[in-house]
Design a binder for this molecule. Sequence first.
Ligand SMILES: Cc1cc2nc3c(=O)[nH]c(=O)nc-3n(C[C@H](O)[C@H](O)[C@H](O)COP(=O)(O)OP(=O)(O)OC[C@H]3O[C@@H](n4cnc5c(N)ncnc54)[C@H](O)[C@@H]3O)c2cc1C
Length: 469
Amino acid sequence: METYDVVIVGGGISGMSAAYTLFKRGLEVLVVEAAPEVGGAMRSSVTPEGYVLDWGPNTAATKDPRLWADFADLGLHARLIAADRRGKRRYVLLNGKPEEIPSSPVGLLRTPLLSGAAKLRVLREPFVPRTTASDESVASFFARRLGPEPTARLLDPFVAGVYAGDPSQISVKAAFPSIWEAEQRAGSVIKGMLSGREKPAPGTPKGPKMRSVTFNFPSGIAEWPRAIAAALGPRRVWCGARATSLRPAGAHWQLTVERERMPEPIEARAVILALPAYAAASLVDELDAGAAAALRGIPYAPVSVVQLGYRREQVGHPLDGFGVLAPSGERRRFLGILWSSSLFAGRAPAGRVLTTTLLGGALNPALALQCDEDLIATAIAENAAVLQISGAPELTHATRWERAIAQYTFGHDARIAELERLERERPGLHFLGSYRGGVGVPKCWRNAVSLADQLGARLAGRLEGVAAD
Ligand SMILES: Cc1cc2nc3c(=O)[nH]c(=O)nc-3n(C[C@H](O)[C@H](O)[C@H](O)COP(=O)(O)OP(=O)(O)OC[C@H]3O[C@@H](n4cnc5c(N)ncnc54)[C@H](O)[C@@H]3O)c2cc1C
């Protein structure tokens, strides 16, 4: 039986990033991925007509130079497409029409999205007392700090955009820890965020400001996990391979992996379960019922993604931005519509535009679970109403994600504490994934690199220790 330094179960962006970081440190890694290709939620395709479709995540944004270094190593740097400047303009619906979200204090004063009274209420935020509660829902936290109007018009669609979540169920402490911490520390979100900004170390020469870049690639965002798979090589990435059991074996871990219906035992010094919470639960059931129950207690919201391609002249709206989010009070049948071909060059053939509509979420799960035909019909009707589109699209594509986005609901921290307990009790077992430390792609990447760095250093120390014995 082959023994690896680290087996990573799950070849989504979390698992692939962890594997690549460990590989660069010289460790023997193996990625075990159940699907026929790596990427997990990151899936992309290019149609014969030249539309580039991202089936899951469409954008990622970072200013972390380590990611740019990874892209350079992977040969992806030259392929990076930065979002168009128009992408800075983001819209929310107000009475059925896209209205630009203010991005400056002057914009905030001028926006029709908030009444005069609501704007004054926002300015009073620094004087609202901090909570003494141990946690609070996102809805109640922001209603208390900023008032009900900004919460309904701006925060509600933002939570829908990131978590596809129900703001009255999402824990602010678990989902937005820096905002929670800002209130606890400074007694105000505004004061806390301003005073908490990272200051350069004394004596650091002034350099150009690092700006966050929103990016994608010419064949879609899945180029990234595919490039990691190519760098690791097929010996280190098994696709179509499902881990079915996990148990400790002395100081090591033993896994059973099913490939082409044949069970195959493998052994590792350490195992990273880079899986959705419910899939990780099945692998630790026998090991620890408490941790398995905690993992099963993390709900996922369903989301469907519909892509529509139109001739430019069919669309009345200028599509001059990132896209539009729908507050739940607007009672539309979508969470958001991204203006994909405005955001990144080359998403649609010449003279055509591409929109990406997200439907469903925790507040409207049934919408996400419609059959493809109904999903497409809903998206066409909503695009036509909001973006003044006439006629039928020339391209339609639907993807259904029944368990799309992990929900950081009340009790999330206690569930994660259960996993931390098991990690302490069982050295060499690690939990990684979008249900822990952030659902967005950049956070998945950062958490993966940070875990792999710590684990790599520990394993290298252990290996040197063994050699010295
Ligand atoms: C529709 C949608 C839109 C999104 N939009 C954005 C966005 O625009 N920007 C953003 O930053 N984030 C976005 N996200 C969130 C982000 O894409 C995900 O949180 C992230 O990609 C999750 O990566 P992961 O590696 O943790 O998990 P996953 O991608 O879920 O990967 C887990 C992998 O484990 C595999 N697996 C499961 N069980 C087993 C087993 N027993 N053995 C082996 N393999 C197994 C699965 O096949 C899968 O490939 C979106 C997500 C969705 C679904």
